[in-house]
Design a protein around this ligand. Structure first.
Ligand SMILES: [Cu+2]
Length: 179
């Protein structure tokens, strides 16, 4: 490395200081972007030892009577808990369902006795598996809005969460990169 290079780009050179400032601003802007993306997509709700992450639903076509509800729930406690019931102003009732294949046919059935959240474990409600079903919609959830629902757990109690309404065809893509 030549003398002249060091003279121009030495530790205290104005060029390097300027570059560091620019880098600092870039990192800051990226951090802000990250925080705002998190705020939009990865909202979460704590109750007792449980954390309900990114509750979301789908917009429904006009006249639809049901809408799904999805989220991930983690249990940081040392004993299992159980999701017992759900209620929301958006529908007459809300049920816990399980999707599965029986004799080659996709079926959906209510889960009886609640859904266990194992100690130190995590349960995902997602399209194709466990999900909430808001039955008897009083209005159609619209993309971009949120509606609230109360989830009641056996030990942790009741927590009110906001379901973010995504597009009609949404598959919960956020789960692919947020968790
Ligand atoms: Cu269902």
């Amino acid at each position: 490395m030549s003398h002249s290079f060091r003279a121009r780009f030495g530790r205290n050179s104005p060029f390097l200081r300027h570059f560091e400032e620019r880098l600092g601003i870039t990192v800051f802007v990226l951090a802000l972007l990250f925080v705002s993306v998190q705020a939009v997509f990865a909202h979460e709700f704590k109750v007792g030892d449980l954390e309900v992450v990114h509750p979301w639903s789908r917009a429904t076509p006009p006249g639809a009577k049901v809408a799904g509800g999805y989220f991930t729930v983690t249990n940081t406690g040392s004993s299992p808990d159980r999701l017992l019931s759900i209620s929301s102003d958006i529908s007459a009732k809300a049920e816990l369902h399980e999707m599965g294949v029986s004799d080659g046919v996709m079926t959906m059935r209510p889960v009886t006795g609640g859904l266990e959240i194992p100690a130190g474990g995590k349960v995902a409600l997602a399209p194709g598996g466990y999900h909430l079903m808001f039955v008897g919609l009083k209005r159609q959830p619209k993309q971009g809005e949120k509606f609230s629902a109360a989830l009641t757990f056996e030990k942790a109690g009741t927590v009110t969460v906001d379901f973010a309404v995504e597009g009609i065809g949404a598959t919960g893509g956020m789960d692919d990169h947020a968790n």
